[in-house]
Design a protein around this ligand. Structure first.
Ligand code: SF4
Length: 254
C-alpha cells in the first residue's frame, strides 16, 4: 500500500489558526515528510503540548494525544519506551518547550531518546493572546511587557548544542520544502532529533513576521557549513540578528 499526503490529514474540520499563521507550514511539511518516507500513519504518534501549534495533532490522521502544558516531551518519552517501534513526534511551541518545559527539553537531550522534537518558535504565547515567551526579543512590547521586555532571549539551539543534542536544526515556515526535508532527516535519525521552527505569529508578533525573516534566513546546506563540527554549529546558533542560519546546524551520527 502506498500513502498520499492526504492520508495523514484528518479533514473533518479545518485548522482554526489565523490566516497566514506559520503553523500551516508545519502541518503541510509534516504530512509531506511522512508521505515521502511512506510511513504507515498507524505507526505514528504525535504528541502536542498546549498552545496554538500544539493543536496540530487534531488535524493529523495518525495516533495522537495532547499532554499537559510543558509535558509533551516526557509524555512522548513514555510512549516511545512503551513501544519503541512507533514513530513518536512532539509538536509544541516555544513557550511550552522553552518555558515551563525547559527541564524536560534538557534532560530528554541528555537521555537521547529516539523521538522527533518540533518546536514552533514565534516569540509569544499566541493561544493566551501574545504574552512574551522565552524567545521574545529584548525590548519587545507585548501584553505582559507593555514597556518592552527587559531580558535577552533564550537561545534554544545553542542550549541544545551545548547539552549534547546530536541533531540540531532550524526550519522556517516560509520554506515548507526545506522544512519537510529537515523533518524527513529528523524522523529517520537514530536518537533525539530537534528542529526549532521560525514560525511567525501574524496576530501578536507582527514585527517578526515573514518580511523580517525572509531577508535574514540563510540555508546552511547551501554554504560550506561543516555539520559535524560542534563548535561551528554553536557559532551558527549564536548568529541570530543580521543573518539567521537555517537547515542542519549539527549532526552527529551514532
Ligand atoms: Fe498562529 Fe498567532 Fe494566530 Fe496562534 S495567535 S493561530 S500562533 S497567528
Amino acid at each position: 500500500m502506498s500513502w498520499l499526503p492526504n492520508d495523514y490529514f484528518r479533514d473533518q474540520r479545518k485548522p482554526n489558526w489565523c490566516p497566514g499563521c506559520g503553523n500551516y507550514a508545519t502541518l503541510v511539511a509534516l504530512r509531506q515528510a511522512l508521505c515521502d518516507l511512506q510511513i504507515d500513519p498507524a505507526s505514528v504518534v504525535i504528541v502536542g503540548g498546549i498552545g496554538c501549534g500544539a493543536n496540530l495533532p487534531y488535524w493529523m490522521d495518525t495516533y495522537s494525544l495532547i499532554a499537559l502544558h510543558g509535558r509533551a516531551i516526557p509524555t512522548a518519552m513514555g510512549v516511545k519506551l512503551a513501544n519503541p517501534k512507533l514513530h513518536v513526534i512532539v509538536v509544541a511551541g516555544d513557550g511550552d518547550t522553552y518555558g515551563i518545559g525547559l527541564g524536560h527539553f534538557i534532560h530528554a537531550i541528555r537521555n537521547d531518546v529516539n523521538i522527533t522534537l518540533l518546536v514552533g518558535n514565534n516569540g509569544v504565547y499566541g493561544l493566551t493572546k501574545g504574552q512574551a515567551s522565552p524567545t521574545a526579543k529584548k525590548g519587545q512590547m507585548t501584553p505582559s511587557t507593555p514597556r518592552g521586555l527587559l531580558y535577552d532571549p533564550l537561545n534554544p539551539l545553542a542550549l541544545a548544542i551545548t547539552t549534547g543534542c546530536r541533531f540540531v536544526a532550524r526550519g522556517y515556515a516560509g520554506d515548507a520544502d526545506q522544512l519537510a526535508d529537515l523533518m524527513k532527516q529528523a524522523i529517520n535519525f537514530d536518537g533525539l532529533a530537534y528542529i526549532d521552527i521560525l514560525q511567525p505569529c501574524v496576530k501578536y508578533n507582527k514585527n517578526f513576521g515573514y518580511p523580517y525573516y525572509q531577508d535574514r534566513v540563510v540555508d546552511l546546506q547551501k554554504t560550506a557549513h561543516p555539520v559535524q563540527n560542534r563548535m561551528m554549529a554553536l557559532d551558527a546558533a549564536l548568529r541570530v540578528e543580521e543573518k539567521i542560519p537555517t537547515g542542519i546546524l549539527f549532526l552527529e551520527p551514532k
